[in-house]
Design a protein around this ligand. Structure first.
Ligand code: PBG
Length: 339
């Protein structure tokens, strides 16, 4: 990149380009549009249309019927895609997450209903067992360990079910080794060659997922016989690492990921930037539940301007180089941006 040589003040007054809205608009380097957003949406298998999530003010779990309406809303707002996350009846959870691949289960029903209502809107499904296990871990547990390869077998079943239900993008969020390749191979073999994979390639063991566990009613970590009872550090990445993220992304691309994701978002924008610069592949960030909750909690206290903070937080992802952002703010931001 060539840069103009710096002229000394007063020849150079950077404030000249900030003096009025029109010139600021003209020289702005990045901008945010509804087409940058993937709407992170929680669905549930109960009767109620909408159930509030206490730790995420403004987020509600939607019934399948409401989810179909929301897909129509996404289309009207110009939001290209919805990422759907399940909250299932606790009675259906077990140690193996058996419900994960149920072709008559909540996710299959929600995907079908949304694709019927608004086929133009992309539907992305999380491939992971944690919403379905009673212990809240993302994998098969045996002898106190989260087992990698047996988990992959379950993820493949789950992913094939999602693809058969009409999912456009599979998003493995489990962080098992080799799951992207296994999913890609299985999709090809089943005739789903057009189903895309967005891998949670660099997903960190983060405190910022807290409210999500509330939103999906995740099993309490530590209730199973696991070596790492209260965290996911044997599979999710160490927050201190950056080079490792590049290795994870390289592996997922080699295994067949069409797009990659960094997660969480705001505390990891340096990772986004490195990935964008190192790989010519669409890179997304997930503005996770805890990031949402932080902004809403501060705004509720009158400590920050809610609207501006939301837009600024999402703009930061674009500036870092993201192709798009998975966010719980998608609907309200698209409304605001006039999609
Ligand atoms: C499941 C999954 C998680 C999130 C998305 N998929 C939680 C976790 O890995 O513990 C977090 C989403 C959010 O916090 O908004 N593996």
């Amino acid at each position: 990149m060539t840069r103009a040589p710096l002229a000394p003040y007063p020849a150079l007054r950077p404030r000249r380009l900030r003096q009025a809205p029109w010139i600021r608009d003209l020289v702005r380097e990045t901008s945010l549009a509804p087409s940058d957003l993937i709407w992170s949406m929680v669905v549930h298998d109960g009767e109620a249309d909408r159930i509030k999530v206490p730790s995420m003010p403004g987020v509600e779990r939607l019934s399948v019927r409401e989810a179909a309406k929301a897909a129509v809303r996404a289309r009207a707002l110009g939001i290209p895609a919805i990422a759907v996350f399940p909250h299932i009846d606790g009675a259906k959870k077990d140690v193996h997450g058996s419900e994960a691949a149920n072709p008559q289960g909540l996710i299959a029903n929600a995907v079908k209903a949304m694709k019927d209502a608004a086929p133009e809107v992309g539907i992305m499904c999380d491939v992971a067992l944690d919403p379905f296990t009673d212990h809240g871990h993302d994998g098969v547990i045996q002898g106190g360990r989260v087992l990698n390869d047996p988990t992959i077998e379950r993820l493949v079943e789950q992913g094939l079910m999602q693809a058969a239900a009409g999912a456009d993008i599979l998003a493995p969020s489990d962080m098992m080794d080799g799951r992207v390749g296994a999913l890609r191979t299985a999709l090809e073999a089943a005739g789903h060659q057009d189903v895309m994979i967005m891998s949670y390639a660099a997903k960190y063991a983060s405190a910022f997922y807290g409210p999500y566990r509330d939103a999906i009613g995740s099993g309490k970590l530590g209730s199973g016989q696991v070596d790492n009872p209260s965290d996911k550090k044997t599979y999710q990445m160490d927050p201190g690492n950056s080079d490792e993220a590049l290795r994870e992304v390289a592996l997922d691309i080699a295994e067949g990921a069409d797009m990659v994701m960094v997660k969480p978002g705001m505390p990891y924008l340096d990772i986004v930037r490195r990935v964008v610069e190192a790989f010519a592949v669409p890179t997304f960030a997930f503005q996770v539940s805890g990031e949402y909750a932080m902004i809403m909690a501060a705004a509720a206290n009158g400590w920050i301007d809610e609207e501006r903070a939301i837009l600024e937080s999402l703009g930061g992802f674009k500036r870092a180089g993201c192709a798009g952002i998975i966010t719980y703010f998608a609907e309200r931001v698209a409304e605001r941006l006039g999609g």
